[in-house]
Structures are given as structure tokens and as C-alpha cells.
Design a protein around this ligand. Structure first.
Ligand code: CTP
Ligand code: MG
Length: 239
């Protein structure tokens, strides 16, 4: 790494946190919902900041929450030495990531994108993704084997094909990129993608998979929240 950094690390992490949490049910923006006394966003950002590679965090906050989220994270979560920026998120996850990317300091050669909804992504996963980018991979995703059999169906609900599970993987965040690669992906974006690697795959960039982590589950439905609470208790509140 040759670039000069004012602070520690060579990684800036973009944290899309502006979603409504519709599938979780009523109760305000998902990233601000509480789990074990603090919000999912606080859990996620605290873990990110524990990774020594991370020098900057850029949060895309729910509309109307920018000042509040900045104050909370600056006062209680983000340590001195890690630069914090908070911007307003957009209508889709992709727009929120684009807003955070536009606001990210340009001095960090590696950009990670991490969902606030994956509140318990372990620090070693963050480092594994960053290290793979540092080794020369332009785009890196955490992957896990798929446990369910996956079938393709048509609009009437009839099965078209049973996919070969052995070649399928479930994809998590943080996803990692050389900064220019993610910027090019967003510049060229024409349609919606559910993850960031999808944007750069369209450019012909080869995406590399590293081992994901069970703890990096995405809290999506009420049962996920209940499971996350169990994880938190089992870990004595430490996870
Ligand atoms: N996200 C975002 N901006 C949006 C939509 C989503 O920053 N306009 C973020 C969410 O806050 C979350 C991550 O992207 O951290 C993954 O999205 P998802 O799990 O779908 O969260 P929500 O969109 O909040 O949930 P739902 O789809 O159930 O409404
Ligand atoms: Mg969503």
C-alpha cells in the first residue's frame, strides 16, 4: 500500500443503514432497532471499528436521522483514530451505497460495503475480506454453502429446474473492492442489484469468494431478531 493515510488502516467501510425494515414488521428503521440495549447499527459499527485495517466508516443513515446517528456514533462507538462520516441514504440500498461512496475519503485504497443489518459480522471476517483485496483481488465476497435445496420456479409456482446445490453459495457482507472498481461499478449501474459485487460483475471484473461467517447473518425477519438475541445471550453480551 503506497497511499498516505491521515489515520490508521487502509480500509474505508460504507455502511448502508437507511432501510425501513419492512420485513421485520412495524417499529421504525431497522438499523435503529434495539438488540441487547443498543441498535443494530451500533453493534455493526462497533465490530467494524475493532478491525485494525479500518480507518474510516461512512454510514448511510435513514432519512431524517443523520445528525442523531452522527452524534450517537461519534460519542459512544467510533474510537479516536477512525474517521466517521454520516450521510443521508437513498430510496434503494444501491442509492444508499452510492451516497456513502461519494462521501468516502479518497485516501483509502480498499472499500468495504457492510449492511448494518448484519450486526454481528465478526472482526476476523472484516480482516479476511480486506486481506484478499490487499492481496490483489479486485472484488471479494464472503460466501457460505447453501443448506436448502434451491429450485427454479415459473410464475405459476411450478418447478422448472432443481439447481445443483454443490455449486451454489449464499453471499454475505462485508464485500470488498479496490476503490476504483466499486466506483466504476456504480458509474455504469443501469439496473438494480441486491449486492455490490453484482455491479462489478457486469463490468467483467472477477469476484473472489472467501469463507463467510454464520454470525454475519442478515437480520431480516422477526425470527432473525429472536435468533440474534439468543446469540447475544449465549455470548454473554459480547458478540
Ligand atoms: N438499506 C439502505 N437503504 C435502502 C434500503 C436498504 O441503506 N434504501 C440498507 C439496510 O438498512 C440494511 C441493508 O441495506 O442495512 C440491507 O437491506 P435489507 O436487509 O433489505 O434492509 P431493509 O431494506 O431495511 O429491510 P426490508 O427490505 O425488509 O424493508
Ligand atoms: Mg430491503
Amino acid at each position: 500500500v503506497t497511499a498516505q493515510h491521515p489515520l490508521r488502516g487502509d480500509v474505508t467501510v460504507l455502511v448502508p443503514a437507511a432501510g425501513l425494515g419492512t420485513r421485520l414488521g412495524p417499529g421504525g428503521p431497522k438499523a435503529l432497532r434495539q438488540l441487547g440495549g443498543v441498535s443494530l447499527l451500533v453493534h455493526a459499527v462497533r465490530r467494524l471499528c475493532e478491525a485494525p485495517s479500518v480507518g474510516s466508516v461512512v454510514v448511510a443513515a435513514p432519512v431524517g436521522w443523520v445528525a442523531e446517528v452522527h452524534a450517537l456514533l461519534a460519542e459512544q462507538v467510533v474510537p479516536a483514530g477512525v474517521q466517521l462520516d454520516v450521510v443521508e441514504g437513498g430510496l434503494t440500498r444501491q442509492h444508499s451505497v452510492a451516497a456513502a461512496l461519494a462521501a468516502a475519503p479518497r485516501t483509502y485504497p480498499i472499500v468495504l460495503v457492510h449492511d448494518a443489518a448484519r450486526a454481528f459480522a465478526p472482526t476476523d471476517l472484516v480482516e479476511r475480506v480486506a486481506a484478499a483485496v490487499r492481496r490483489g483481488h479486485e472484488a471479494v465476497i464472503p460466501i457460505l454453502p447453501v443448506v436448502d435445496t434451491i429450485k427454479q420456479v415459473d410464475e405459476s409456482g411450478h418447478v422448472i429446474a432443481t439447481l445443483d446445490r454443490s455449486v451454489l453459495r449464499a453471499v454475505q457482507t462485508p464485500q470488498g473492492f479496490r476503490r476504483e472498481v466499486l466506483e466504476a461499478g456504480h458509474r455504469s449501474a443501469v439496473d438494480a442489484h441486491t449486492d455490490d459485487a453484482g455491479l462489478v460483475e457486469n463490468l467483467g471484473v472477477r469476484v473472489f469468494g472467501v469463507l463467510g461467517a454464520e454470525a454475519a447473518l442478515k437480520i431480516t425477519r422477526p425470527a432473525d431478531l429472536a435468533f440474534a438475541e439468543m446469540l447475544l445471550r449465549a455470548d454473554g453480551g459480547v458478540i
